[in-house]
Write a protein that binds this ligand. Structure first.
Ligand code: IDP
Ligand code: MG
Length: 133
């Protein structure tokens, strides 16, 4: 069964909506295989988001992701990667489909409440960065 890496980002943890987001994940048929509340160090955030290094929003992204606790989850489902990307909706909540996590809960394109791996290779890589091998 396919696995993906999900993060509930600091803006959502701070607003006490961890439970609402996890309810949406479970209601969509995902099984939680691993879960932890943690705070990303600057080093970890930079490693996790290395693909965005050099972009204009990179520093803002690192400051945001290290600003408070996050919840990290390994989710399992058939086609988990694509299915979870569909459940979270597009990066910018303004263009996200109705009833997606970002449409319902994201503040804006920067503070968008959740992360989801976008490919099999990135899912494997991200799971090992956060949970180890
Ligand atoms: P994704 O989270 O939908 O995969 P990415 O393009 O991989 O989106 O960007 C990673 C994260 O960086 C986003 O979720 C968001 O928090 C932030 N981000 C992306 N694009 C922008 C932007 O144009 N301005 C500010 N923040 C952005
Ligand atoms: Mg991405």
């Amino acid at each position: 069964m396919e696995k993906t890496l999900a993060l509930i980002k600091p803006d959502a943890v701070q607003r006490n909506i961890i439970g609402m987001i996890i309810a949406m994940i479970e209601n969509d048929g995902f099984v939680i295989k691993k879960m932890k509340l943690m705070k990303m160090s600057e080093e970890l955030a930079k490693k996790f988001y290395a693909v965005h290094d050099g972009k204009e929003f990179f520093n803002k992204l690192i400051t945001y992701m290290t600003s408070g606790d996050i919840v990290a989850l390994v989710l399992e489902k058939e086609n988990a990667i694509l299915s979870y990307r569909k459940l979270i909706g597009s990066t910018d909540p303004k263009t996200a489909d109705d009833n997606t996590i970002r449409k319902l809960y994201a503040i804006d394109k920067s503070f968008n409440s959740v992360h989801g791996s976008d490919s099999a290779i990135n899912a494997k890589n991200e799971i090992s960065i956060i949970f180890g091998n």
